[in-house]
Design a protein around this ligand. Sequence first.
Ligand SMILES: [Zn+2]
Ligand SMILES: [Zn+2]
Length: 387
Amino acid sequence: MTTKRDYYEILGVQKGASVDEIKKTYRNLALKHHPDRVPGDKKKEAEDRFKEISEAYAVLSDQQKRSQYDQFGHAGIDSRYSSEDIFRGADFGSIFEDLGFGGGGGGIFEDFLGSVFGGGVSSGRRGGPSSGRSLEYEIEISFDEAAFGTKKTIGVPRHETCDVCKGDGARPGTKKTKCHSCDGRGQILQQAGFFSIRQTCPKCRGEGIIIKNPCVKCYGTGKQKITKKIEVTVPAGVDTGSRLRMQGEGEAGSKGGSRGDLYIYIHVKDHPIFDRHGYDIVCDVPISFPTAALGGGVEIPTLNGKVEMKVPEGTQSGKIFRLAGKGIKRLRGYGNGDELVRIIIETPTRLNSEQKRVLKEFEKSCSDKVTPLTRSFMDKVKNLLGK
Ligand SMILES: [Zn+2]
Ligand SMILES: [Zn+2]
């Protein structure tokens, strides 16, 4: 799993920053990174950044969430609030009101948040069922597991409906009451100059109801955090960046909404001797100078054990031989890629005097006919530089 950045660092404010300062900073950042304002190819990046700053703002602008975060860090927030609850009650409307995103009650912004967070968020609007947020999880597998496929059991932290209050939020046997500040509407109207601005009711945080006796297990959120064990079948042929979708394994929805999905991102570890290029694998194989000159059998490692390959007489360094079908199984479609064997001729080192003598003898016996590459190169140099 990727680690989350510090909320203060994300917004670029000091630990002791005032709520006003946080609001102002967030406003400026949100303007800069609002996905409606960036070109198409940068949209995804902007959305991610926008999500990040919005979450930091939602937590740091809320006194209760902020002190929870200051004390326990991300764990304090994640253990207590579902991803929707993090945003619940945060005041986005008034921030975007005067930026031209606003309209009535932060409409465009709400729509946007809704689309970014998968419909799980409403900035203070009381809603019916909303589907759960999708979750992302990264797993690391070995080169061989990617080549042949594997099964992995992972523990995904997510929120389930609280089993004590059945998602109601109130302690069993007690009842929720209507919020009197907003008369159950979840929003209040505030006069600002000539305009009246609709705002999330601060008393009930937009829920329209007050829970006098919150459920002791979920603190009234109706959700509990669990670690769900999920078996993932990783098909043969995946590579770093492959994404598997597991429908309905994301966060629980609210008020009867459907579950989000779980996206598994694959990261494949490097192999000590194979390099992957699509479905082909490349292996650098060193052979001795005599074998290269005289030809002979060379043992080649493949994904399925060793095979013997014949190199012809006079094989040059860098020569590539293709072992058809010895690569990785194609994820979609049939068959396998190939294995490409790249020959590296090893120059002998630490020769003793006898070996050196033999080599010098050998070189004396050679005419430039046996080294046509060198001869052709020297000819070119001569033409270029003269002499
Ligand atoms: Zn509960
Ligand atoms: Zn209220």
